[in-house]
Design a protein around this ligand. Structure first.
Ligand code: DAT
Ligand code: MG
Length: 148
């Protein structure tokens, strides 16, 4: 079992896509183990995107992600990191396949509505950053119908 960090970014919140996005993860069979909303501080945004700090788009990315509320989520399940990335789709919405979140709703690279951790190490780092209080441990009774 893996846990991954997923975040609806300010454009997704502004556009009223929070419910739609959460629904996709629920319907897929992932288990919600963390959920909250906040307007990110510059400090947390810079830490989250530290890997991109030297890229030309970094200042704009930090301004964007701190511009309003984000919805922070932790989703658990078998291979949850790659399952979530596949639900989200590639970075550029114009190139993302229909059926993915970015493919269905996105037209750009920066305004791509949602973040998902890309590897076990980044998931661990991002979960610790956004959920320092930890995530929930609970028994989802219906999961027996998602896994053989
Ligand atoms: P992803 O969010 O698919 O993991 P990433 O880690 O490469 O993509 O980049 C993080 C975010 O930075 C991405 O969601 C949008 C923004 N970004 C990436 N490349 C960009 C570019 N060339 N121009 C503008 N924004 C970019
Ligand atoms: Mg990334």
């Amino acid at each position: 079992m893996e846990t991954t960090y997923v975040m609806v970014k300010p454009d997704g919140v502004q556009r009223g896509l929070v419910g739609e996005i959460i629904g996709r993860f629920e319907q897929k069979g992932l288990k919600l183990v963390g959920l909250k909303a906040m307007v990110p501080s510059e400090e947390i945004a810079r830490a989250h995107y530290a890997v991109h700090s030297e890229r030309p788009f970094f200042p704009g990315l930090i301004k964007f992600v701190t511009s309003g509320p984000v919805v922070c989520m932790a989703w658990a399940g078998r291979d949850a990191i790659s399952v979530a990335r596949n639900l989200i789709g590639p970075t550029n919405g114009r190139e993302a396949a229909p059926g993915t979140i970015r493919g269905d709703y996105g037209m750009d690279i920066g305004y791509n509505m949602i973040h998902g951790s890309d590897a076990p190490e980044t998931a661990e780092f991002e979960l610790g950053l956004w959920f320092p209080e930890g995530v929930m441990d609970w028994n989802q009774t219906i999961s027996q119908w998602f896994y053989e």
